[in-house]
Design a protein around this ligand. Structure first.
Ligand SMILES: [Zn+2]
Length: 212
């Protein structure tokens, strides 16, 4: 098993591995099936807002979502509950070379949503044997439910700059990468102002040297 190797060479964070498939699905569906992506991401954001409201005593009495601003205030706990009631799933089990693969199938509903193929690592070296599995909207919803149950729901976030979904290893992380963090800082008005001032200083210095 590669477990020992992983422990030595790579730090793993609670929930990061199981969040991987959900993140892939969220980022793919965003480009390819907006309706499906919006349904699932709204459920995720509602549950996260619910969690935050509970964290702050005093806020609990009015668990209103303030976003998006053009919509009426909504009680996100009720909306999340209602949305979850609409999903009726059947578990689907399939035996593969990597063991049992569990996926979820919608029993009925308006749409089955976005589905993609993902891969499980089979026996042998990682990448040597890849087993295709189907990962659809029901599986994404179940991944969110499991993340809530296992306590890492708040780690699944959209990057403040590029909007890609990512797993936040630390509480304060709001960017998917160091690159996005730097790009965001550079595009902010404070940074541009500082840069303009710096250029002005340089030009003044240059002038003084020229006319000395
Ligand atoms: Zn980003």
């Amino acid at each position: 098993m590669s477990f020992h190797v992983d422990m030595v060479t790579k730090r793993t964070y609670h929930g990061e591995e199981s969040a991987k498939r959900l993140l892939l699905w969220l980022n793919q569906s965003k480009r390819r099936d907006k309706a499906s992506h919006d349904r699932v991401s709204r459920l995720l954001l509602d549950l996260q807002a619910w969690e935050r409201a509970y964290d702050e005593p005093g806020n609990w009495a009015s668990t209103y979502s303030f976003l998006p601003p053009d919509e009426k205030p909504v009680q996100f706990d009720r909306r999340a509950e209602k949305q979850l009631r609409e999903y009726l799933f059947s578990p689907q089990l399939r035996f593969t070379r990597a063991g049992w693969d569990l996926s979820w199938k919608l029993r009925h509903g308006k749409t089955s949503g976005f589905a993609m193929t993902q891969y499980l690592d089979g026996p042998g070296e990682p990448g040597q044997c890849r087993i295709p599995i189907k990962f659809g909207e029901p599986s994404a919803v179940m991944a969110i439910v499991r993340a809530a149950e296992q306590g890492f729901l708040d780690r699944i976030r959209g990057c403040r700059r590029c909007r890609e979904w990512f797993y936040a290893r630390f509480q304060h992380m709001v960017y998917c990468s160091e690159n996005c963090q730097q790009m965001y800082v550079r595009s902010s008005s404070a940074w541009k102002k500082r840069k303009r001032e710096k250029m002005r200083e340089l030009r003044a210095l240059h002038k003084r040297r020229l006319f000395k």
